[in-house]
Design a protein around this ligand. Structure first.
Ligand SMILES: Nc1ncnc2c1ncn2[C@@H]1O[C@H](COP(=O)(O)OP(=O)(O)OP(=O)(O)O)[C@@H](O)[C@H]1O
Length: 802
């Protein structure tokens, strides 16, 4: 793959070997009825692996359990065994299966049905279930396959019609539970408490079985999500082939420049096509994960074009996995790939959940998939027992990806992050408590399960606003309407903006009102399922964006003015000239223009817009720096040289775990004119790196930096949650401040560009056109902050403090 590339220009930044692991089997447990065991054996599983037996036996004994093991480690069997056994043992017993996506639920339903245990009456119940079938499901189904949305809107809201089901609800299976994070995760956590409450009302107390990708501290996460203590099964005994992991940084392209003249790297997608083509030539069965649907199509197309130049018989061996595949088409693709009739498939992470593809020769990841859990889930598709497999991780032009390819330990040796969720967020708790009260009046004794004091505070508001009524026996919803229909659980609670194709009146999708001005303003290019549209009109009052199909050669990005006000400080820590805060803020933003940009990064023009300002009340983490620290310096000119020098001098100048950042030689300092650009660059890179510490996407968070902030009176960098009330990301940043900022600094100095590019300090969603940005200054800012934090830690340590 690197043939012909001079050694000093090699894109390979690291190579690691992951050893093979043999299988460890257990016997079928005595408690499992032979009818169930025979059916599972007939379906192809001769004996359970040890972790499957352990989790299944815990669940059978009545313990709540979370099984957190690798890709294709057979988590399904771990819950199928106790559930099928209980359904076989008691003809009236029922079970509930929840999955984050409809497609995964459908796959699991099919898998359970194919096991062929009699009288299970497994049935799906989601938005696609026809009305006439719904009555049958309510009356007869014993194992219900649904999703949180349907549980919220269609089942709990109507629980008396499901009395038969709730009376004997024995198991609740929560599959891929690590995907319940952020605002959605917080809603699901409270939804599961509502479920337990309704089940208890009908006299049942189901056992929860959670399945998760490998995660740090899955027991703690399972407790936060489900509200019940869960035993954690984490030792994976499924067999695994040896793998070689290669980290790859695409080279900078010569004679190409992007925003503000920044250098541009070859795209991760283009590299993925080339590598996929090479693998196909070698006869390796390979999967390439690409971030966007359009990217997946392009990667397959380019790989086919490259292959057509090698041999005409090769291009048909490559395909793209498109969204909207039917289950049968998906099965056919799995079979073709496993049998070698297809050798290369390019896909979005749509193929990450609910596919039974394992044992491939190679997996290519074009860009970090956002979480370590996804990284291992995707790379886990490679590796057959007894044979070597290859994983290639290609960095995109982005600070987090840059950091990871230069710091392999952060990718390969770190425990998978725990998903962040915050069920105490009042913006989530409020509507959830209203739904709970509408299902069954809320009593004082139940408030602990909804967060105790946080719930009491929110209830006070709800009573004052006359949403709920307080009586001596509890809190009541007195309207005849069902509030569940007004409460969205997948993000913002407000009315979504509908994106409609004008010609056909077809609804293409919905956009959060908070981000509508930035994403569907007039003239914006809007992508939907691989097709491109241009927005003609945005009507915020009507909640409508009208679009027409058009695929211009440019994409668009909004320019916005953003202001931030501190509403309330929750925590504050002072470190001699540097202070760090966690609190509530109001972010006001106004989209004022947009840029049209070619794929090469070249900007065509800027077009003004007239749109109203929007306010977001959320949580933020921020730091302030005393003016004297920024200015007290001899060093104002040679900062850029010191950054370039560090890069040449090699990596490892700072340790993200300890925050042992090296001070810039000669001390820190900036002339006042450089301060805004330095803070802005430090803010961008910090936003890029926070997803490494808080399970979020950089699009879930935002930032503001200013040389003099009205509320703090000092130079300040804010990083805030992008959702009303916050989702726990800023809190996680505050808790992990030193490793987070140290990793941010490292990402900047790891990048070889001279003055800032998308791999370090430029942001793809900067509302300010990435102006001003001062890469070297950002390192100075971070050195000042880290130096102050470290100094304080040393004092505390020397004085025996914490
Ligand atoms: N004990 C076993 N022996 C042999 N094969 C097994 C065993 N248990 C499960 N399998 C097979 O392993 C494959 C993966 O199983 P399954 O889909 O349940 O894994 P998973 O852990 O849920 O995967 P994912 O990471 O995609 O969630 C399936 O083809 C299944 O039939």
């Amino acid at each position: 793959m690197t043939a012909g590339i001079p050694h000093d220009r090699s894109p390979v930044t690291h190579v690691a070997g992951l050893p093979a692991r043999p299988a460890r089997f257990a016997d079928w447990p005595d408690w499992a009825p032979s009818a169930v065991v025979d059916a599972i054996r007939a379906a192809g599983v001769e004996r359970p692996w040890a972790h499957q037996e352990e989790a299944a036996s815990l669940a059978w004994s009545g313990a709540h359990v979370v099984i957190s093991t690798g890709t294709a480690s057979g988590k399904s069997l771990a819950y199928q065994l106790p559930v099928l056994s209980s359904l076989a043992a008691d003809p009236r017993a029922c079970a509930l299966y929840l999955s984050p996506t409809k497609a995964l639920g459908a796959d699991q339903l099919r898998a359970v049905s194919s096991v062929g245990v009699p009288d299970v009456r497994a049935a799906g119940y989601d938005g696609d279930t026809p009305m006439d079938e719904r009555d049958w499901v309510r009356a007869h189904a014993r194992w219900l396959f649904t999703n949180p949305d349907m549980l919220h809107r269609g089942i709990l809201s109507n629980h008396s019609r499901w009395a038969r089901f709730f009376r004997k609800l024995t198991y609740v299976v929560i599959d891929e539970c690590h995907s319940y994070r952020g605002v959605f995760g917080s809603h699901v956590a409270l939804l599961l408490r509502r479920l337990r409450r309704v089940a208890a009302h009908y006299g049942s107390s189901p056992v929860f079985v959670l399945a998760s990708a490998t995660a740090a501290d899955p027991g703690e996460f399972a407790l936060r999500l489900s509200g019940v203590d869960c035993a954690a099964v984490t030792r994976d005994h499924s067999p695994r082939g040896a793998r070689t992991v290669v980290l790859w940084e695409p080279p900078l392209m010569e004679n190409m420049s992007g925003e503000n003249g920044a250098p541009v790297r070859r795209s991760a997608g283009a590299e993925a096509s080339r590598i996929l083509a090479d693998l196909v030539v070698e006869g390796a069965r390979s999967l390439a994960f690409v971030r966007s649907r359009r990217g997946a199509e392009l990667t397959a197309l380019t790989a086919r074009r490259i292959l057509s130049e090698v041999d005409d018989s090769l291009p048909p061996l490559v395909a793209a996995y498109r969204a909207g595949f039917l289950p049968e088409e998906r099965r056919a693709l799995e079979r073709d790939l496993l049998a070698g009739r297809l050798l290369g498939v390019a896909t979005t992470n749509a193929l990450e959940l609910g596919v039974d593809i394992a044992g491939l020769d190679a997996v290519v990841l074009a860009g970090y998939p956002g979480t370590l859990a996804s990284f291992w889930q995707q790379s886990g598709r490679a590796g057959r027992s007894g044979e070597e497999a290859l994983v290639v991780f290609i960095a995109r032009d982005d600070p987090l990806d840059t950091y990871l390819v230069h710091h392999p330990a952060a990718l390969l040796d770190r425990p998978v992050e725990t998903a962040v969720l915050d069920p105490a967020n009042p913006y989530v708790l409020g509507p959830q408590l209203v739904c709970a009260a509408a299902e069954l009046p809320l009593t004082g004794g139940e408030l602990d399960m909804f967060g105790g004091q946080a719930a009491r505070d929110v209830l006070e508001y709800l009573v004052a606003d006359k949403v709920l009524r307080r009586r001596s026996s509890g809190w009541y919803w007195t309207s005849r309407d069902r509030p569940q229909h007004e409460v969205g659980i997948r993000g913002s609670d407000a009315e979504q903006i509908a994106v409609v194709e004008a010609d056909s009146s077809r609804l293409l999708g919905t956009v959060d009102p908070g981000s509508a001005c930035a994403t569907v303003h007039p003239g914006a290019v809007y992508l939907h399922q691989g097709s491109s549209y241009v927005v003609d009109e945005l009507d915020l009052a009507e909640g409508l964006a009208m679009v027409h199909a058009e695929d211009p050669e440019w994409n668009t990005s909004a320019r916005e003015l953003v202001d931030i006000a501190v509403l309330n400080t929750v925590q504050r820590r002072d470190f001699g000239g540097v202070s760090v805060f966690l609190g509530e803020v109001a972010v006001t933003s106004q989209v004022v223009a947009y840029l049209r940009r070619l794929p090469s990064g070249e900007i065509l023009d800027q077009i003004p817009l007239d749109l109203p300002a929007q306010e977001l009340r959320t949580r933020a983490v921020w730091y302030t720096i005393d003016e004297s620290l920024l200015k007290e310096s001899r060093l104002t000119v040679d900062v850029a040289e010191s950054v370039a020098g560090e890069r040449v001098g090699g990596e490892g100048n700072g340790d993200p775990e300890t925050g042992n950042a090296r001070r810039t030689p000669g001390g820190a300092g900036l002339v006042p004119a450089r301060i805004p650009g330095a803070l802005h660059a430090a803010e961008h890179a910090a936003i890029g790196l926070l997803p490494l510490f808080a399970t979020c996407d950089r699009w879930d968070i935002g930032g503001v930096s200013t040389a003099l902030h009205g509320d703090t009176g000092e130079a300040t960098v804010f990083v805030h949650d992008g959702h009303p009330g916050g989702a726990g990301f800023a809190d996680r940043g505050f808790a992990a401040l030193v490793p987070w900022l140290a990793a941010t600094r490292e990402a900047i100095v790891s990048c070889e560009c001279p003055t800032g590019c998308p791999s370090c300090v430029q942001s793809p969603k900067c509302g300010n056109g990435n102006e001003p940005l001062d890469k070297a200054g950002a390192v100075v800012v971070l050195d000042i902050v880290l130096g102050a934090l470290r100094h304080q830690h040393e004092i505390e340590r020397d004085h025996g403090g914490s």
